[in-house]
Design a protein around this ligand. Structure first.
Ligand SMILES: Nc1ncnc2c1ncn2[C@@H]1O[C@H](COP(=O)(O)OP(=O)(O)OP(=O)(O)O)[C@@H](O)[C@H]1O
Ligand SMILES: C[C@@](O)(CCO)CC(=O)[O-]
Ligand SMILES: [Mg+2]
Length: 387
């Protein structure tokens, strides 16, 4: 029985969320929290065999779903699978897939999962048709909180499906975690983008790209440039635990842009300049304590300006403002990360900040009911392994 495991990281956006959807530059970095997927195809159950099923288990959520190949065929029609050519999910197909998802009783409190399950069905059936198989998913990431859970879900799914298709010719007898070639990563990334479109509506592609490639990237209009920070960037992530949905927030910004096209074009242009300047500063060497501090102060100023512009776009939230105020008391600078509207906030922890102050800030934030996460920034992207 062929089996593959894939893990793809979440991300933080250092600058440029939302504006990136409208063509501005943004900077993002992978973090060491992952979505994990294991996938096996069962060749003993050929398509059409009534016994098999396509199964999806969401381990952390204690939910499992399955569809018989005959039900999938009845719902979606004949499957045309070309793993080497990513296909978009047409609006008609989205409706057909939604009907298959609705056949399962998803608890009302978890109805937000529907778009993820639809993305799963689109990717699975476009790459493997209706062959029986089983997918098990777990995630280190808080879902729907701005840390790119949707993109890492799509990247890990696309990678595991492609790894057991003829589009990726990796040596399956190798042990340990493997990285894919540049071309293979690009293919995974393009499929993941098709899944992300189902979840985000109109994604820029930055989240799936940084999840697939890892490290830190400067991203604009689908093009990425790998960048490297000249010194470690320590970031505290605070999860406000206020639930939100990226698709609705992205749509809200687009509506504001259509109501005020000139003003919003100026906001997006300002964000573009901020991201470009941030990229230069992040990469510029800092040789002593004075230049390290000067570099961090510039980063903080740009984060503060970006946060102001995100407020202009209408994606801040009272819970985000509470985190900003709490960290400001300790002279620390924060901005929302990801789609906003709740979700997560980033705070730069300067190199010379004492651990006593960090502990005090964390204690204050946690006593207000928020959850603080300390993460490593700029690490590994997608990895797969065969077992
Ligand atoms: N492990 C998972 N299992 C099932 N569905 C998931 C999983 N991770 C993400 N999803 C899907 O992605 C949706 C969350 O995506 P959304 O884009 O709103 O938030 P995010 O990606 O965490 O934050 P952001 O886009 O701001 O970085 C969930 O509602 C669900 O449909
Ligand atoms: C809000 C957004 O810019 C980033 C979400 O992490 C949406 C996207 O780029 O797809
Ligand atoms: Mg998302």
């Amino acid at each position: 029985m062929a089996e593959v495991r894939a893990r793809a990281p979440g991300k933080i956006i250092l600058s440029g969320e939302h504006a990136v959807v409208h063509g501005s530059t943004a900077i993002a970095a992978a973090i060491n929290l992952f979505t994990h997927v294991s996938f096996h195809l069962d060749p003993s159950l050929p398509p059409g065999n009534g016994d098999g099923s396509v199964g999806l288990e969401l381990k952390d959520l204690g939910l499992a779903f399955s569809w018989s190949p005959s039900r999938l065929k009845e719902g979606l029609g004949d499957a045309a699978t070309v793993p080497s050519t990513p296909v978009s999910c047409s609006p008609e197909r989205i409706k057909l897939i939604a009907a298959l998802v609705e056949e399962h009783d998803i608890p009302e409190a978890k109805i937000w999962l529907s778009s993820g399950i639809s993305a799963f069905i689109h990717l699975y059936t476009s790459i493997h048709g209706y062959k029986p198989g089983k997918v098990v998913i777990s995630s280190d990431l808080p879902l729907g909180s701005g840390l790119g859970s949707s993109a890492s879900f799509c990247v890990a799914l696309a990678a595991s499906f492609l790894a057991l298709s003829d589009a990726i010719t990796i040596d399956k007898s190798q042990g340990g975690r493997l990285r894919l070639s540049e071309n293979e990563l690009q293919l995974v990334n393009r499929w993941a983008f098709e899944g992300e479109k189902i979840i985000h509506g109109k994604p820029s592609g930055i989240d799936n790209t940084v999840s697939a490639f890892g490290g830190m990237i400067q991203f604009k209009l689908g093009e990425l440039i790998h960048i490297e920070s000249s010194a470690p960037l320590r970031m505290l992530i605070t999860n406000t635990k206020v639930g939100r949905n990226t698709k609705a927030l992205v749509a809200g910004v687009s509506e504001r842009a259509s109501r005020h096209p000139d003003a919003m074009a100026a906001v997006f242009a300002a964000v573009n300049s901020i991201s470009k300047e941030l990229s230069t500063i992040i990469q510029s060497p800092a040789l002593d304590d004075i230049s390290v501090t000067a570099r961090e102060e510039k980063i903080e100023e740009l984060m503060e300006m970006n946060q102001g512009l995100l407020q202009c776009m209408g994606v801040s939230h009272a819970s985000i403002e509470t985190v900003l105020r709490a960290t400001m008391k300790y002279k620390l600078t924060s901005k929302l990360t990801g789609a906003g509207g709740g979700g997560c906030v980033l705070t730069l922890l300067p190199t010379l900040l004492s651990s006593t102050i960090t502990d005090k800030v964390v204690a204050e934030l946690e006593s207000s009911g928020f959850q603080c996460l300390k993460v490593e920034v700029g690490g590994e992207g997608l990895q797969i392994c065969f077992s």
